[in-house]
Write a protein that binds this ligand. Structure first.
Ligand SMILES: Nc1ncnc2c1ncn2[C@@H]1O[C@H](COP(=O)(O)OP(=O)(O)O)[C@@H](O)[C@H]1O
Ligand SMILES: [Mg+2]
Length: 134
């Protein structure tokens, strides 16, 4: 059952980032994503989880296995009720940062994934939804 398979991790500390990335790595291997894919999934989860901590303080990661007729994959949702991103297009550019990072987290993560979407409203929060298919 899809709901029973879903994993939710609250994110408010570096330890939670580790929990989320390892849960992602495990789910990826369990559903048969092989080779470097589990590590790629873990990397993507780390980036969006760290953004939650740095820019929103807290939030959550939801991991969901995807089983479609012809393909298998994983969906990662990172969401928070933090300050939101005023200009998402700008935030997706290589090197753009309002913090002390490299500004490569979001654009780099988009390149790792097959599907990537950000919905963010200033003052309301941010939701990043991404998918990786086998
Ligand atoms: N969850 C979030 N809430 C608010 N702002 C965010 C969030 N995630 C990213 N941002 C904004 O987008 C910018 C780019 O993020 P990213 O590409 O990960 O680079 P970095 O984290 O190195 O700054 C951040 O500097 C920040 O301004
Ligand atoms: Mg970042």
């Amino acid at each position: 059952m899809r709901d029973a398979d879903e994993v939710k991790v609250s994110i408010s500390s570096e330890a939670d980032v580790v929990t989320a990335r390892e849960a992602g790595r495990q789910m990826a291997s369990e559903i048969g994503l092989n080779g470097s894919l589990p590590t790629l999934i873990a990397t993507a989860i780390s980036e969006v989880s760290r953004n939650i901590i740095q820019y929103a303080g807290k939030g959550e990661i939801i991991l969901r296995p995807l089983h479609q007729s012809l393909k298998t994959g994983i969906m990662i949702i990172a969401r928070d009720k933090g300050p939101g991103i005023a200009d998402v297009e700008q935030a997706m550019k290589d090197g753009y940062t309002t913090g002390r990072g490299l500004g490569l987290g979001l654009p780099g993560t988009r390149r790792l994934m097959d599907e990537f979407e950000i919905v963010s409203k200033k003052g309301k929060g941010t939701t990043v939804t991404m998918k990786k298919w086998m």
